[in-house]
Structure formats: structure tokens, C-alpha cells
Design a protein around this ligand. Structure first.
Ligand code: 5MM
Length: 351
């Protein structure tokens, strides 16, 4: 018995496809443009987003694009709405519904709660009219001495569950994103500590989702990978993948159609290698869900630093994005190797 939302969720994790996170809020988009001297204007953000969504073979590798409020209402340089540009590629337009993170009252030092629940049902109605088929809400959990507190985990899981229930009631597939940070100032922790925190977070999130009546068939999970913090000694690709698959098998119900990882500050190729190994291990362990990507930085980094705001660099930037999408598509099928990187289409790419 497949519902329309379950069909959308399944299509979002169809074999070889993943999700592009392009939902940087205006502040984050500007922060990425500033060091590259790209003018921080609405027009330039629109140009950049249209460049991404019109890259060659985009719809072959991308099932959905997560947008920010500005972008889902925006018209690109071609004169078409960006939502229509995405739909024309065959991918689903989606929308970030959280309104950002704020200090958690009475939480541990630097603990955050994600806001955006007030008036959410109305916003869902509006975004459905604007063409959105799915949504995203990101909760952020930092690891450090004494944190995360259980209070922070429960508060964030509860908000994720209320958001997911409101989405399903209003006709959007919720992407549920509980991110355990590996970068930033709270990034000194071992793989074992990350594993323990992922266990606490995922078990609480699924308990809250069940309590809220969320249908697992009609959602996508967007987790972080189990990895040491960036200020700690690195783990091997195999260790990260093994720990990630183990924790997911322990806590994610088989009814969830797919898991689409965030990249969390990993290097571009590193994020691809991890996804590939996760698929190889997942296959061996009979993982019941599709395992794919929903990367932001690890997909966009090369394209943005090649574009630099110049019309002359559009084709080169697009070729880089297409290549990264292709590599991650292969990884989502467990068919990537470092040799695959050589297959880069050089259409317009700099030498
Ligand atoms: C694209 O970045 C999103 C956050 O934007 P804001 O901080 O402006 O709200 C973020 O939620 C992103 O979708 C996910 O964290 C995945 O991105 P990465 O770069 O970690 O793969």
C-alpha cells in the first residue's frame, strides 16, 4: 500500500540518485561568496543557483534539491523560476522549513535548539502551492565535555518529530536531519564518542517520530556519518563506514525508504569515499534502506570556487558539479573507486 508521499520518498532515493542541499540561508550564502569576492546580492545568488540546477546531466543524478525561501520564489537569469528549472530537470524542488538554530535555554554550554514550528502548517500550505514536494529541518548536536545533554537531544528530537508530522499532514515528505557536528570549535572527539552520541540521538529521534505518529515510509533520514571530530586523529574510511552502518542498523526502522547523508565539512572526495564504503558494507549486512547523498558543501565547493561570479566560468563550474554528482551517484551504488575520478568530463573545465 504505497501512498503518494511514500512514492515521492522512494523516488528521492531511487538507485543512483541523491539530493543536492542548496538551502543556504542568505547569511550562509553570503559567507561563502565573501572570501571569493563574489558580490553578495540576490541577483548573484540567483545566477549561482541557476548555474547549479542547469548543469549537464543534473536530473540523471539528482532526485531533489533543497531550497531556501528566497530561492523557491526566485527567477534565474534565464527568466524562468528556479523551481520550474529544477522541475524541468526531473528533480523535485524541496524547501528548508527550519528558521535556524538558537541557544537552548538551560541547556549545556553552546547547545542549540532549532526553531520554526510556529505557524508551520500555514507555511507548508504555501510551499506546496509554490511547488515543493519535500522539506528539510536540521537539528544540530555538538560534542564536548558534558554535552550533548539529554535535554538537548530530547528537545531537538521533539521538534524534528513535530515538524515531520506537520509536513506529512500538509503533503510534504520530511527530511529529518539530526546532525552531530564534526567541524567547528566542538570537534575534538573520538570515533567511539561519536558512535555513542549517534546512538543516543538516533534512538531518541525515532522514539519521538513514532510518538508523533510520523509514517516512516513517508520520510527520509539525513544523518551525519559516525566520524571523529576534525580536531582529533582521523579514522580510516572503513572505520567510519563500519561505525555508521552499525549505528543505523541498530536504530533506523526498515520502513524508512532511504538515508541521505550530509557531508558535514568533509572533503569532496572524502565524502564520496565514505558513501561508497557505506554502501559496500551496507550491502554485506543487508541494510534495508537506500544509502545516498544529500550533500551541500561536498557537492558545491568545486563549482563555487571555479565560478567566482564570472559568466565566463559557468560551463567550467557546471562540469565540475556534474563530475561530483556523477562520482557520488556511483558511490551510492557502491561502484566508485579513485580511478573513477579520472573520468572527469573536461567540457569547459580548466586544465
Ligand atoms: C546548505 O547548508 C545548510 C545550512 O544552511 P544554513 O546554515 O544557512 O541554514 C545545511 O542544512 C545543509 O543542508 C546540511 O547541513 C548538509 O550540508 P553539508 O554541507 O553538511 O553537506
Amino acid at each position: 500500500m504505497s501512498s503518494p508521499l511514500a512514492a515521492v520518498a522512494q523516488a528521492m532515493v531511487a538507485p543512483g540518485k541523491g539530493i543536492l542541499a542548496a538551502d543556504e540561508s542568505t547569511g550562509t550564502a553570503n559567507k561563502r561568496f565573501a572570501p571569493l569576492n563574489i558580490p553578495q546580492t540576490e541577483e548573484m545568488r540567483g545566477r549561482y543557483r541557476e548555474l547549479l540546477f542547469t548543469a549537464p546531466r543534473f536530473g540523471e543524478f539528482v532526485s531533489g534539491v533543497i531550497l531556501y525561501d528566497e530561492t523557491i520564489r526566485q527567477t534565474g537569469p534565464s527568466g524562468k523560476s528556479l523551481e520550474a528549472v529544477i522541475a524541468a530537470s526531473g528533480a523535485f524542488p524541496g524547501i528548508k522549513l527550519d528558521t535556524g538554530t538558537h541557544p537552548l535555554a538551560l541547556g549545556g554550554p553552546d547547545e542549540k535548539i532549532t526553531e520554526g514550528l510556529d505557524g508551520l502548517a500555514k507555511r507548508v500550505d504555501e510551499y506546496v502551492k509554490l511547488g515543493a514536494k519535500f522539506a528539510k529541518w536540521r537539528a544540530v548536536i555538538a560534542i564536548d565535555n558534558g554535552i550533548p545533554t539529554q535535554r538537548a537531544i530530547v528537545a531537538n528530537a521533539h521538534a524534528l518529530a513535530r515538524y515531520a508530522a506537520i509536513c506529512q499532514a500538509g503533503g510534504l515528505v520530511p527530511i529529518v536531519e539530526p546532525e552531530v557536528l564534526i567541524d567547528g570549535e566542538h570537534s575534538k572527539h573520538s570515533l567511539e564518542r561519536s558512535f555513542e552520541v549517534h546512538e543516543r540521538v538516533l534512538s531518541t529521534v525515532f522514539e519521538e517520530l513514532a510518538e508523533a505518529g510520523v509514517k516512516f515510509e513517508e520520510m527520509i533520514l539525513k544523518p551525519s556519518m559516525v566520524a571523529p571530530g576534525q580536531q582529533s586523529a582521523k579514522a580510516s574510511v572503513h572505520e567510519v563506514a563500519e561505525a555508521t552502518v552499525t549505528v543505523l542498523l541498530r536504530w533506523v526502522p526498515a520502513a524508512v525508504p532511504g538515508i541521505a547523508f550530509l557531508s558535514g565539512g568533509q572533503g569532496d572526495e572524502e565524502a564520496t569515499e565514505h558513501l561508497n564504503e557505506i554502501n559496500l558494507i551496507g550491502r554485506k549486512k543487508h541494510a534495508p534502506w537506500a544509502l545516498t547523498f544529500s550533500y551541500g558543501r561536498a557537492l558545491q565547493h568545486g563549482a563555487l570556487t571555479t565560478w567566482l561570479g564570472s559568466e565566463a566560468n559557468v560551463a567550467a563550474a557546471q562540469a565540475i558539479l556534474t563530475h561530483r554528482l556523477h562520482m557520488n551517484s556511483l558511490a551510492s551504488l557502491g561502484r566508485y573507486s579513485s580511478d573513477s575520478e579520472k573520468e572527469r568530463e573536461l567540457v569547459g573545465a580548466p586544465g
